[in-house]
Design a protein around this ligand. Structure first.
Ligand code: MG
Length: 159
């Protein structure tokens, strides 16, 4: 049996924040705003995994009204989500995702992001694909106001 789930997230870009994407801090003049580290890609991956397992969404498990998730390392949340999934007798099979961002370029960081996500999910790097796209100057991404991410996750039975 295989199961699939989708995830989407977006965060606003602002001054005085770190830009963390897929667990990797990318040097840039602005960063993503949010209650946690605002790691837009990891949040999309988490929602895809939760979706595939039928376990709701990230907001249910890690409410942004809770103080303990302030500035949370989203990779730690990803570890917790993997534990929730394995408790259901399921294992991550693969992740594919797209980061939609006008600047900076994601390409120099793509391998590090894949390695970070793959390690958190106990997957081979070939099973974690990361793609980059831009907003072509259109909409909130194109105007450089924020970053969006899409993800799809496959799960399989652990037995
Ligand atoms: Mg988010």
């Amino acid at each position: 049996m295989t199961l699939t789930g989708i995830g989407y997230d977006s965060h606003r870009l602002g001054a005085g924040r770190r830009l963390v994407i897929g667990g990797i801090e990318i040097p840039y003049e602005r960063g993503l705003e949010g209650h946690s580290d605002a790691d837009v890609l990891t949040h999309a991956v988490i929602d895809a995994l939760l979706g595939a397992a039928g376990l709701g969404d990230i907001g249910e498990h890690f409410p942004d009204t809770e103080e303990r998730w302030r500035d949370a390392d989203s990779i730690e949340l990803l570890h917790e989500v993997r534990a929730l999934i394995t408790a259901q007798g399921l294992l991550p099979l693969n992740i594919d995702c797209t980061v939609i961002m006008e600047a900076p370029k994601l390409a120099p960081h793509r391998l590090a992001i894949r390695e970070r996500l793959a390690a958190a999910l106990h997957l081979e790097i070939a099973r974690v694909n990361v793609k980059a796209s831009t907003g072509e100057g259109i909409g909130f991404v194109g105007r450089g106001e924020g970053v969006a991410a899409l993800a799809i996750a496959g799960l399989q039975s652990a037995d």
